[in-house]
Design a protein around this ligand. Structure first.
Ligand SMILES: *Cc1c(COP(=O)(O)O)cnc(C)c1O
Ligand code: SF4
Length: 366
């Protein structure tokens, strides 16, 4: 598939230093990481960096770091176990009602914490026309597939023409009702999310969802918000995806600002991912207990509408599950201890009345 290049990207250590995103003395460190993993920063994101601040939450997400070359023994090239669930190249079928198709391996930017970092990059393979046709056949032959998730890489790096062809081909499959595109483009290169691209994503009678990836409120610039509004105006439903990242968004104020910024851009906060066990990403992870504490702090301070679900993709392809704080402890016999947003515990007992039809109580129904 043809990928549209984003002009003027920074893709080498030298260009990052010349643009002021990294100190000159870090050249050797950056070169060492560049030998292993792809680098790219778009002008829109480079413009957000505050030069000279080594802790800048935008720069940190894209500027290589020597710690990326340290591998924890639990880390894996395939951290969420896609390979075992991949019946044909480029397609992952883990849940009965939805499949994931990796259309392209390229992205407009390369995030240093990427969970698919061993598979994405400018040189890695996109799906050929024949492979995409095979994926379509697979979806067509599985009537249980209600949703197709287009991912990669970043599938919105394709031209609007190729996106429209993909949408059209999938929309022809009667049992496919929902198309979901996972992308960072509205943040990374908002000018490329044109009205034509927004139109290419939608099809009559189907629901299009765009899952927008951003991790820090500063990423939701006026231009990024306008890109989201263009997608929404053509009829796409927008949801968010973020990764909980040490030093970027692991404090309640930043998370609240980020989630509110999403809603202001018409994006419904969906998932806050616990960082996956991708190689060389240990320095990004926070303890799950801290993630739960952050979610507890959001409850009561942030609109429910703006609150995402904290998720872990269980290593080995076991699936995604919510790992947020527990608000209720139950004895299994209808007695519960519920915690309020301030941390105080309250007793709650099921009061069910009688079942008028059968006289059965909840025990026999369970
Ligand atoms: C994450 C993922 C999905 C989507 O999961 P949702 O919980 O519906 O967002 C689907 N298939 C695979 C293989 C995935 O990894
Ligand atoms: S945009 Fe997504 S797929 Fe691409 S590098 Fe970032 S996290 Fe990975």
């Amino acid at each position: 598939m043809t990928i549209e290049p984003t002009p003027h990207r920074l893709t080498t250590p030298r260009s990052l230093i010349e643009a002021g995103l990294a100190a000159p003395e870090r050249l050797a460190e950056l070169e060492a990481v560049a030998g292993r993993y792809a680098i790219a920063v778009t002008p829109a994101l480079a413009a957000l960096v505050r030069p000279g601040d080594p802790a800048d939450p935008i720069a940190r997400q894209f500027v290589p770091d020597a710690r990326e070359l340290i591998r924890d023994p639990a880390e894996s090239d395939d951290p969420i176990g896609d390979d075992a669930m991949s019946p044909i190249r480029g397609l992952v079928h883990r849940y009965p009602d939805r499949v994931l198709i990796k259309l392209v391996a390229a992205c407009a930017v390369y995030c240093r914490f990427c969970f698919r970092r061993e598979r994405v990059g400018p040189g890695a393979g996109a799906l050929s026309a024949a492979e995409f046709a095979a994926a379509l056949d697979y979806v067509g032959a599985h009537p249980g597939v209600w949703e197709v998730i287009l991912t990669g890489g970043d599938p919105l790096t394709l031209s609007s023409r190729r996106i429209a062809e993909t949408t059209r081909a999938l929309a022809e499959i009667p049992h496919v009702k929902t198309l979901r595109w996972h992308t960072r483009l509205p943040i990374a290169a908002p000018e490329r999310v044109t009205k034509a691209m927004a139109r290419a994503l939608v099809a009559d009678g189907k629901t299009t969802v765009v899952a927008v990836h951003a991790n820090h409120p500063r990423e939701l610039t006026e231009a990024a918000r306008a890109a989201c509004r263009r997608l929404s105006a053509e009829g796409a439903m927008l949801v968010s995806q973020s990764v909980l990242l040490k030093g970027v968004n692991d404090d309640p104020e930043t998370l609240i600002e980020l989630m509110r910024a999403f809603v202001e851009a018409r994006v419904k906060p969906y998932y806050l991912h616990h960082a996956d066990l991708a190689p060389g990403t240990a320095h990004w992870r926070v303890p799950i207990a801290r993630g739960q504490e952050l979610m507890r702090l959001l409850r009561g301070r942030l609109s429910g509408l703006a609150t995402p679900t904290y998720m872990l993709d269980i290593p080995g392809g076991r699936g995604k599950v919510p790992i947020g704080p527990q608000w209720v402890r139950s004895d299994g016999e209808g007695t519960h201890v519920v915690t309020d947003p301030r941390g105080a515990a309250h007793l709650y007992v099921d009061r069910l009345g009688a079942d008028s039809r059968s006289g059965a109580n909840s025990d026999t129904l369970a």
